[in-house]
Design a binder for this molecule. Structure first.
Ligand code: GLP
Length: 242
């Protein structure tokens, strides 16, 4: 695992966006796995700036979703499909025909999970998966004690994650869904390159446990230690307990 410490969130965004741009120059049809949350926003802004300046072409790129709430209508502003359309696809000028995501509204949720794993495999697998990290060490929505071999499946959110994410639902935890679909840790580990981005002091404990702690399901992000090509990009604050 390579750990890159950058001065601030903007520098982290630039370095990850440049890694994505390099990949797309080498492989224009690359499948980029993207994450939601506040942390990756500087990445998407920096990548969109590169697209606008002509430094990278995303016309053949494909974008894959990491996780999704169960039961929110797809057009709900906080469904992750809507969030990614707003924060990633539209700024990049990438169409929904270039997008892969699980169906959080399916009656057969388990079937939707299996269909999504199959769709990722049929698309040739994820080339670069960008990950954030929860304050409890979760990646995607793989909460602590998720199997390190897990596949895409339904999960129940912990109270902590619902509290953390209530800010996207007018601060009202009652509006935060209880259930989600997430790529499993085993699914995530199949991506060719994993890039975990963490910024701010609030992530320092989770980063230290993931990078320097034992590989253990109690800290899902520690699974990155098992991957042959994992990069952890952290600002000074998130690195402060390393
Ligand atoms: C959610 C997402 C994760 C993300 C995490 C951290 O739980 N499912 O993919 O990494 O939030 O979000 P933030 O970057 O806003 O701290």
């Amino acid at each position: 695992m390579e750990v890159v410490i950058v001065p601030d969130a903007a520098a982290g965004g630039e370095i990850v966006a440049e890694a994505m741009a390099r990949l797309l120059r080498r492989k224009p049809g690359a499948l980029l796995g993207v994450a939601t949350g506040s942390t990756p926003l500087p990445v998407y802004e920096a990548l969109a700036a590169k697209v606008r300046s002509g430094a990278v072409d995303v016309s053949r790129a494909r974008i894959a979703q990491l996780d999704e709430y169960v039961g929110l209508p797809a057009d709900h502003p906080e469904s992750y499909r809507s969030v990614l359309r707003r924060e990633v696809l539209e700024p990049l000028g990438v169409g929904m025909d270039q997008f892969l995501g699980p169906d959080g509204t399916a009656d057969d949720v388990q079937g939707a999970c299996e269909a999504y794993d199959a769709a990722l495999a049929a698309a040739g697998g994820v080339d670069l998966q960008l990950l954030g990290i929860g304050t409890d060490g979760h990646i995607g929505f793989n909460e602590p004690c998720s199997s390190l071999a897990s596949r895409t499946r339904i999960k129940t959110l912990t109270e902590q994650t619902r509290v953390d994410n209530a800010r996207f639902f007018d601060g009202d935890i009652e509006q935060v869904p209880h259930h989600v679909i997430t790529q499993g840790i085993g699914t995530i580990l199949e991506a060719r390159h994993l890039v975990l981005l963490a910024t701010g002091e609030g992530k320092a404990d989770a980063v230290a446990a993931s990078v320097e702690g034992p590989v253990a399901s109690v800290c899902p992000a520690s699974a990155l230690q098992l991957h042959p090509h994992a990069t952890v990009v952290v600002d000074e604050a998130a690195a402060s307990k390393l």
